[in-house]
Design a binder for this molecule. Structure first.
Ligand code: GDP
Ligand code: IMO
Ligand code: MG
Length: 429
């Protein structure tokens, strides 16, 4: 296998970072194809923890090529800080390249994001406040967007910043009575970023396609998750990019014929951060069952406690379908180790009918009650188990039910945050 997409199947934080890092041990290149520093991907190596927001999670292997594709929106200050932090920790960052077609997150984007959220009494999305929505709005509205190719020409870059900042300052004033940003300060700051990042900017589609052509192993690392995808998610409570597997093609300049496998990363239960529907959510008095202990369900980017709930088979079938998942990776099985009875949602009851397919309408979803099957827990520590056959039979049955509901085979099972706490059923590469 040469090219593999890693995609989150729920509402993000499934453990994509751990799995990307795991698969990257045999990869030549890892490509981020969408999102920005709203993402927070954790990789644990021994006792060291790395939290990555923009740089692909393969970066920990020396010599690996790490691409920020055209679909990513990049905050240069955050990227440079992340690069400096990794370098300080002895990580080789020489393989990082940025697409000349990727868009820049400018200082007015987080400001607009936060002002928009805080000014709403209804319709809050619960964003990360990192300016990701406003950056994609500018991309799709076209004229006000600034791309990395623009910073290759310093005079033009200056002109673009001046032009767009005048528009944004006017908008900030009219909409929010905000004083706006000082052009010379922002220009000076961004001219410095441009100087530092210019050598990394290139047509990354050429690099990715060449790697595939040469038979190198290329991983595409999704950020967020399918239910946060702008098209397939629980709209409007989604992020603003194409996190589903299709986004790997548009977000990196690679054709669909070049993708060999789609690895769907899914937790053995469900979580969500921010607002929006969550059919299998546990009530506040039960949530610590999954959030605390080994769950550690607190956001990497914002530190917010994650909402937690049971595994949702309706959602899993939907995500496997819209991504064309070839292999599942079930994460955080160990979090369920102590639970006596585990619930698994097999359909939704909507008025007098049972839905097997995830509905588009949030009004319908709000009226859906999950239909649960109860499965006995295994009450055994699974973190040291290395093979499926050595898992307690209750855990094996639970995983089999997940695969059946999701309609995809399980390639790997994660039983802890460390690299070696991983069970391999079949090799993905
Ligand atoms: P991502 O955004 O999909 O990369 O996931 P995050 O890093 O935001 O959240 C996943 C969290 O679960 C991180 O703290 C990981 O270290 C942790 N994690 C990953 N796999 C496992 C596992 O199998 N068991 C446990 N207990 N934690 C895990
Ligand atoms: P990773 O890659 C979980 C959520 C936010 C909010 C919604 C919109 O770590 O899985 P945004 O700032 O993107 O406009 O917020 O999306 N969200 C995430 N939730 N994991 C993420 O990334 C997320 N990125 C955004 O909480 O509900
Ligand atoms: Mg995360």
């Amino acid at each position: 296998m040469s090219s593999v997409v890693v995609v989150g199947l729920q509402w993000g934080d499934e453990g994509k970072g751990k799995i990307t890092d795991f698969l990257a041990s045999r990869a030549d290149m890892v490509v981020r194809y969408q999102g920005g520093n709203n993402a927070g991907h954790t990789v644990v190596v021994g006792d060291d923890e790395f939290k990555l927001h923009l740089i692909p999670s393969g970066v920990l292997y020396p010599g690996i090529k790490c691409i920020l594709g055209n679909g990513v929106v990049v905050n240069p200050a955050v990227l440079l800080q992340e690069m400096a932090d990794l370098k300080k920790r002895g990580i080789d960052i020489s393989g990082i390249r940025i697409s000349d077609r990727a868009h820049l997150v400018m200082p007015y984007h987080p400001m607009l994001d936060q002002l928009d959220e805080s000014s709403r009494t209804v319709g809050k999305i619960g964003t990360t406040g990192r300016g990701i929505g406003p950056a994609y709005v500018d991309k799709y509205a076209r004229y006000d967007a600034i791309r990395f190719v623009d910073l290759l020409d310093p005079a033009f870059f200056k002109e673009r910043i001046a032009e767009v900042m005048a528009i944004k300052n006017n908008l900030l004033d009219k909409l929010y009575g905000h004083e706006g940003f000082d052009f010379s300060r922002i220009y000076k700051e961004y001219a410095k970023y441009a100087e530092e990042l210019r050598p990394l900017v290139t047509d990354t589609s050429v690099l990715v396609n060449a790697a595939i052509k040469q038979g190198q192993k290329v991983l595409f690392e999704g950020a967020q998750g399918t239910l946060l995808d702008i098209d397939h998610g629980t709209f409007p409570f989604v992020s603003s990019s194409s996190s589903a597997a299709g986004g790997a093609c548009t977000g990196s300049g690679v054709g669909p014929t070049k993708i060999d496998k789609v690895v769907g990363v899914i937790k053995a239960y469900s979580t969500r951060v921010g607002e929006g529907p969550f059919p299998t959510e546990l009530p506040e008095n039960m949530v610590s069952l999954l959030r605390d202990g080994r769950g550690r369900e607190y956001g990497v980017t914002t530190g917010r406690p994650r909402r937690c709930g049971w595994f949702d088979g309706v959602l899993a079938e939907y995500s496997v379908r819209v991504n064309g998942v070839s292999d599942l990776v079930v994460m955080k099985l160990d979090v369920l180790d102590k639970i006596e009875t585990i619930k698994i949602c097999t359909s939704y009851q909507y008025r007098n009918t049972f839905l097997k397919e995830f509905p588009a309408s949030l009004k319908v979803l709000a009226e859906c009650t999950p239909v649960y099957e109860e499965m006995p827990g295994w009450r055994t520590d699974t973190t040291a188990i290395q093979e499926f056959k050595d898992l307690p039979v209750q855990a094996q049955n639970y995983l089999k039910r997940i695969a059946e509901l999701a309609d995809a085979p399980i390639a790997m099972i994660s039983v802890g945050w460390r690299r070696n706490e991983t069970i391999i059923n079949h090799n993905i590469w």
